[in-house]
Design a protein around this ligand. Sequence first.
Ligand code: ADP
Length: 213
Amino acid sequence: SHELRTPLTVMSGFLETIRELKLDPTQREHYLSLMSDQSLRMLRIVEDLLTLSSLESAPPPQDQRIMINALMARLREDAEALSAGRHKILMQAATGFDLLGSEFEIQSAFSNLVSNAVRYTPAGGEIRINWQADSTGGIFTVTDSGIGIEKTHLPRLTERFYRVDRGRSRETGGTGLGLAIVKHALMRHQSQLEIQSELGKGSRFSARFSSRR
Ligand code: ADP
């Protein structure tokens, strides 16, 4: 409730200000832009909460063939757009092994991992997106050379709204729900999120899928 109430409270405060004070156009513009930030923040939280609730309550959709190479190409485009040239983005994908599952859920999971890698890696860093697969199964991995995570936080990262650094998460448009979405989406594909990380060195997030998928 705190996560949703805060931006709403801030917004209604600004609305009051605009209505009650005689503001010049520059001040007015300033308040409107702050309000627009808050409403975007709320929109992102609501969208993520809706995704999470459908992952927790709705039955898994029919399995479909997810074309991994097309998905990887989209992930790369999204990463490039989010990075805006600040990172080196490398991609490697095995061909001939697609994935069976829900495209929407797998794409949400993978793109959350990629966007986290970009958001938590300072400019000049490197991000690798990999899909390795053979007849024994497949593994999707995102490796970054970013800020890394202290060991004590690792077990709690997939909890809703758990963040190591609230300020940094918010500045980069985070909701604190990304990894909870990843965890649930993967669970519905009998996969678990594996996290390796070293503070100041970088992180690796991976998801392994059985040969059945
Ligand atoms: P957020 O929207 O805050 O990024 P997530 O659920 O996606 O929420 O991640 C939870 C927390 O895990 C983040 O706030 C951040 O502290 C940490 N985290 C996630 N991915 C990374 C990463 N690649 N490198 C460093 N920290 C990360």
